[in-house]
Design a protein around this ligand. Structure first.
Ligand SMILES: Nc1nc2c(ncn2[C@@H]2O[C@H](COP(=O)(O)OP(=O)(O)OP(=O)(O)O)[C@@H](O)[C@H]2O)c(=O)[nH]1
Ligand SMILES: [Mg+2]
Length: 187
């Protein structure tokens, strides 16, 4: 193998990004991933364990681990943190009655994890925006998330380490922006 081939291979390997997608059950994680992969999103059932999906995006390979969000499965989440570069947290914009539960799980199980302090990125997706007609409601929800999780407080998380986006796994709206943000980071 020539030196150039070795260097090229090494470069390709360096461009792999390992992503965990987490959030409460029914928030739309699997739908979002399948949509990004251009797969059928009509027959998706709750994820009972996990599924690994690979996406080639520009010169990057994204390995996305989609983990089930049901209560009984949440205790296993931290088994997947090792070697993760980025965590996507999905929030269902419709289920206001479950917001507190979502904040609590994100704060306790993700943000307070040491691993996040050591440089894992966090991307929060507010999903199902196709079903919310009131744009102001979405902006309020976005602010609510940022304030509740104290994301603007740099002692909790660095400002370049997180982002929040409005998306729809059904229509695909907002997902391209998310991918762009993901590959804009240093890993
Ligand atoms: N209208 C609309 N429905 C969505 C959207 N995303 C997901 N859904 C619906 O929400 C339900 C749950 O979606 P899933 O993708 O299975 O949710 P999940 O987060 O993977 O759930 P678990 O695997 O149990 O953790 C399904 O009925 C989806 O069709 C969206 O952006 N818009
Ligand atoms: Mg799922």
């Amino acid at each position: 193998m020539g030196l150039l081939t070795i260097i090229k291979k090494q470069k390709l390997k360096d461009k792999e990004i390992r992503i965990l997608i987490l959030g409460l059950d029914n928030s739309g994680k699997t739908t979002i991933i399948k949509k990004i992969l251009n797969k059928d999103i009509d027959e998706i059932s709750p994820t009972m364990g996990f599924e690994i999906n690979t996406l080639e995006y520009q010169e990057y390979t994204l390995n996305i681990w989609d983990i089930g969000g049901q209560t009984t499965l949440r205790t296993f989440w931290n088994n997947y943190f090792d070697k993760t570069d980025l965590i996507i947290w999905v929030i269902d914009s419709l289920s206001e009655n479950r917001l507190e539960e979502s904040f609590k799980e994100l704060y306790n199980k993700i943000i307070l994890q040491d691993k996040l302090t050591y440089g894992i990125y966090l991307l929060i997706m507010i999903n199902k925006i196709d079903l919310v007609k009131d744009k102001e409601q979405l902006m309020n929800l976005k602010n609510n998330v940022v304030n509740n999780l104290k994301l603007n407080d740099s002692s909790v998380i660095n400002s370049n380490q997180w982002d929040i986006e409005l998306v729809s796994g059904k229509t695909g709206e907002g997902l391209e922006n998310c991918l762009k943000w993901i590959i804009s980071k240093d890993y």
